[in-house]
Design a protein around this ligand. Structure first.
Ligand code: G16
Ligand code: MG
Length: 219
């Protein structure tokens, strides 16, 4: 194995709670009420698509022009940026920092495949930017997860064949993207029918030894 590609939210850190707070605030300002269960459907989904889902859910999709929608999304992002600016290394999920260290010591390249345009900013707040050899720019992609494009692009940027890479995800759409791109898929807390090559219950189980073992077993 030559490279490991990480999803951000739900694998490296838990930004979903901040996305939720910011979306809830925005939705309420236009009379829509969302709860945490609804938020599950926004995981891994890009910013504009998330807004569309919220407007549809509130029956208000036809009420806003494209320009107004961009403004709403921007408003949410400003709110969200204020929340994530306060993140520190304490917000890194259990075991992830050690895992990054092991990968670096083993000479494995490391990439980020997140739908978030705030990815670089979050890695900086968490003080782990220096581990990453590459970050896929989600603004340059034609299609989001579950399309394979984001993980295929990560492999290309890391100079590796997909089969020489692993991808790590917590969302079903993300596992579908990894599998379709032909990387070895690792699912964190995903349902079994998401069909990851290796399923772990928590990020604490991620170690270079066990990843390599499972990858070799798959053959
Ligand atoms: C993340 C979150 C999504 C969010 C998306 C875009 O995806 O899971 O809820 O909508 O990023 O974020 P932003 O508004 O910061 O561009 P991932 O791929 O890191 O799980
Ligand atoms: Mg995720």
């Amino acid at each position: 194995m030559k490279a490991v590609v990480f999803d951000l939210d739900g694998v490296i850190t838990d930004t979903a709670k901040y996305h939720f707070r910011a979306w809830k605030h925005l939705a309420e300002s236009i009379g829509i009420h969302i709860d945490e269960a609804f938020n599950e459907h926004l995981k891994g989904i890009g910013r504009m698509d998330s807004l569309e889902r919220i407007l549809k859910f509130g029956g208000r999709a036809p009420d806003f022009s494209e320009e107004e929608k961009s403004r709403l999304a921007e408003q949410k992002n400003e709110d969200y940026r204020r929340l994530i600016a306060a993140m520190t290394p304490n917000d890194i999920l259990p075991g992830i920092q050690d895992f990054l260290e092991e990968l670096r010591n083993a000479g494995i390249k490391i990439g980020l495949a997140s739908a978030s345009k705030n990815g670089p900013f979050i890695l900086k707040s968490l003080q782990i930017s220096s581990y990453f050899d590459t970050i896929v720019d989600p603004a340059k992609l034609k299609k989001g997860k579950p399309d394979p494009e984001i993980f295929s692009t990560a492999a290309v940027q890391l100079g590796a064949e997909p089969r020489e890479c692993a991808g790590i995800e917590d969302a079903v759409a993300g596992i579908q993207s990894i599998n379709a791109a032909g990387l070895f898929s690792v699912g964190v807390g995903v349902p079994e029918d998401a069909r990851p090559d290796w399923r772990v219950a928590s990020t604490l189980e991620l170690t270079w030894d066990s990843l390599r073992k499972h990858w070799i077993e798959k053959g």
